[in-house]
Design a protein around this ligand. Structure first.
Ligand code: UN1
Length: 499
């Protein structure tokens, strides 16, 4: 399919994506595929005001009925899986299989949220006073602002949106300026679900197009009760401070610097497959990508040559083509950042394998690279830094405690894993003295998490949790209720206060 055909299949009319000041390029070949109009500051304020009105209506709709809208969104996504998956590939450059996987993740979270819409359970609590009942209840919060990154342009939005909607909150979405088209496509899909639903209030989902200024206006508004932001630590630091200043609620999913420990007892065959998928999948541009490999000295010489061999045969190319496993980086800046990191690693004593620019003749305006393996003498500064590119730093260890120490000695705390067949090693890694990350896996790479678990991490990753488990509580207001059904008025703590 041509780029135009991919856009047309997603329902974009001729001319719909032209005439604005914000150019959108496809990383596939670097060409311009759209020029969009951006929202002005006053337009953003108007959007927020409409979001507030939508909230006033939506919170009155019973949660299971709100779930019905999300069920319809899931149905529309099922019908649109191939088209949206292909558009994801066109706009962010991940291979088509991963584009499809991303849409599947959206479908899965819709299913999860539909069930959740009947399970927003509170608690009953034993009161210390006779004739009293205590409980904890959950209520809609208000408008939920979602800021998403280019690398998961639609799935992360859907985790937030499916849950926010069943919790009674409308959503205002500010996608990355690198991937607004997938957002506009999701809006069309969402509008179809709304039409089938029948009586939803207007403006349950609004999309903002623009750069940082648009995001700033959104996060600074006291009418945006929740800001869920995914992206770099730098972005999160700015957003978190703005939201904290007005005591808003933030859900932050920021940088990761994810490690795998391969112990002496590991199944190396499995480890190789997991390493390659986690380190080069999505061209190393997942928050959960594997960036650090900590290998027991006893298996280092058996593992690393196998990895180099696997890397040497990786099909790099147009992500729309079948059989390709490594697509392009998002843009030239990303490729330059990768090269700088490799230079720094080399200066710190690292031995670099791969990492060169690729396909420069066929795609001179795109940013393809060969994934790199870098053998490091230790965890130098550059290894502690998240470079959003397919660089795998490899280090050696001798004792598990030391390996866990290396794994934890970075500012980020998103995902981690251990490959071992020894239950003691596995349990230690998952224990209180093990991995300090939000996600810790055994015999599975750090990426590709299922939506059923809570997703997010500690330290500079921001501490937020999205998607499954009880992450929904981040989208609701908790209320403690005490009801006196007696004819007395006993005070708590036994206080006497007779008048
Ligand atoms: C991200 O990169 O921001 O676990 C999200 C994974 C995906 C989500 C990644 N399910 O790799």
């Amino acid at each position: 399919m041509t780029f135009q055909e991919i856009l047309a299949a997603s329902g974009f009319a001729q001319g719909e994506l032209e005439g604005g000041a914000m150019d959108v390029h496809t990383p596939v070949d670097g060409s311009r595929i759209a020029s969009l109009q951006t929202h002005s500051e006053s337009q953003v304020h108007a959007v927020i005001a409409r979001g507030r009105e939508a909230f006033d209506a939506w919170r009155k709709v019973p949660a299971p009925r709100r779930g019905e809208l999300v069920r319809l969104l899931g149905a529309e996504l099922r019908a649109e899986k191939e088209n949206l998956g292909r558009l994801v590939t066109l706009e962010c450059g991940k291979i088509y299989q991963e584009g499809l996987g991303e849409v599947q993740e959206m479908i899965d979270i819709c299913d999860f949220a539909v069930g959740l819409s009947r399970q927003l359970y509170g608690l009953t609590i034993a009161s210390e006073r006779p004739g009293h009942a205590m409980r904890e209840t959950w209520h809609p919060m208000g408008v939920c602002g979602v800021i998403s990154a280019f690398n998961f342009p639609v799935a992360v939005w859907s985790w937030n949106t499916a849950i926010a909607l069943v919790c009674g909150n409308p959503v205002i979405w500010k996608p990355s300026e690198k991937t607004p088209l997938t957002a506009l496509s999701c809006k069309k899909i969402f509008d179809r679900a709304v039409a089938r639903f029948g009586d939803a209030p207007d403006d349950l989902l609004q999309v903002l197009v623009g750069g940082r200024e648009v995001g700033d206006t959104l996060v600074s508004s006291p009418d945006v009760a929740i800001v869920s932001a995914t992206g770099s630590t730098r972005m999160g630091r700015a957003v978190g401070a703005k939201v904290a200043e007005r005591f808003g609620r933030c859900i932050l999913e920021l940088g990761g610097n994810n490690a795998m420990i391969v112990t002496g007892s590991a199944d190396l065959e499995m480890a190789v497959r997991a390493i390659v998928f986690s380190a080069v999948g999505t061209a190393g541009q997942r928050c959960t990508s594997l960036r650090r490999l900590i290998v027991h000295e006893g298996v280092y010489d058996a593992l690393v040559p196998r990895l180099k061999e696997a890397y040497s045969g990786l099909p790099i190319g147009n992500p729309l083509e079948e059989g390709v496993l490594v697509g392009p980086l998002i843009d030239a800046d990303a490729r330059a950042g990768m090269q700088t990191a490799l230079d720094q690693a080399q200066a710190a004593g690292g031995t670099v394998h791969g990492g060169a620019a690729a396909l420069t003749d066929s795609y001179p305006d795109a940013a393809y690279v060969a994934p790199a393996i870098v053998e490091m003498p230790g965890q130098s500064d550059i290894v502690k830094h998240e470079t959003f590119a397919p660089i795998l730093y490899v280090m050696k260890y001798s004792e598990l405690e030391e390996a866990i120490g290396i794994q934890n000695a970075v500012p980020q705390g998103l995902s981690s894993c251990i490959f071992t067949t020894d239950v003691r090693e596995a349990e230690e890694f998952l224990s209180d003295v093990g991995s300090d990350c939000g996600i810790a896996n055994v015999n599975i790479g750090p990426s590709g998490a299922e939506i059923g678990g809570a997703f997010g991490g500690e330290k500079e990753t921001g501490g937020g949790r999205e998607s499954g488990s009880d992450a929904w509580k981040g989208y609701m207001r908790r209320q403690t209720n005490t009801v006196n059904y007696s004819r007395e008025l006993p005070l708590a703590q036994g206080i006497k206060f007779d008048i």
